[in-house]
Write a protein that binds this ligand. Structure first.
Ligand code: ZN
Length: 185
């Protein structure tokens, strides 16, 4: 088992708090859903076979990221009830957010060729921050992967999963009631 899922967010009763059992259940629901996408399943299965444990800290703080192992991290941070608004009227579920972060771990642990070239391997300037934000190949590739997952889920009837139109640009997020909800309905 490569994923070590744990709750967090301070003491019971805090708005950010998620219990350990709650965290594991959110994670289970998210992975059961998102691995209906073949691309997502391949990444998840490959990571699960790793000898390395990847902690997943689950907190209601509207934040998601992968902290690189080479920089002292090696863990995923995930809010299971925060959906990402990516276009006017288009959303991604927290489950898609989780597989996005897992893909970063997959890049670091499995597609090692990317890392020796970072951070020099910048391929474009992003549209956010007045066109001044450099977009790494790492992020570009992850957004391409994420779009594939959305497309595959869409073919299975989850047409509400929306691919981004640009690499960094997002319109915001919204709290939802389950890891598979897009916040649209
Ligand atoms: Zn990313």
């Amino acid at each position: 088992m490569a994923f070590n899922v744990k709750g967090g967010g301070g003491p019971k009763g805090a708005a950010t708090h998620v219990s350990h059992d709650g965290a594991k259940e959110y994670f289970r629901q998210a992975m059961e859903y998102v691995t209906k996408s073949e691309a997502a399943k391949t990444v998840y299965d490959t990571l699960q076979k790793l000898g390395t444990d990847i902690p997943v800290e689950v907190v209601h703080d509207d934040n998601m990221f992968y902290a690189h192992a080479h920089a002292g991290g090696g863990y995923i941070h995930w809010d299971p009830l925060s959906a990402l608004k990516v276009t006017e009227g288009g959303w991604q579920s927290p489950a898609v957010g989780l597989i996005h972060e897992m893909y970063h771990a997959y890049q670091e642990f499995c597609l090692k060729d990317i890392y020796p070239n970072m951070p020099q391997k910048l391929i474009s300037l992003g549209p956010s921050g007045g066109g001044k934000n450099p977009v790494s190949k790492e992020e570009v590739d992850t957004v391409v992967f994420e779009a594939k997952v959305c497309k595959q889920l869409g073919k299975l009837g989850h047409e509400n999963e929306t691919a981004r139109t640009t690499y960094f640009y997002v319109l915001g997020s919204v709290n939802v009631t389950s890891p598979t909800s897009t916040g649209k309905a």
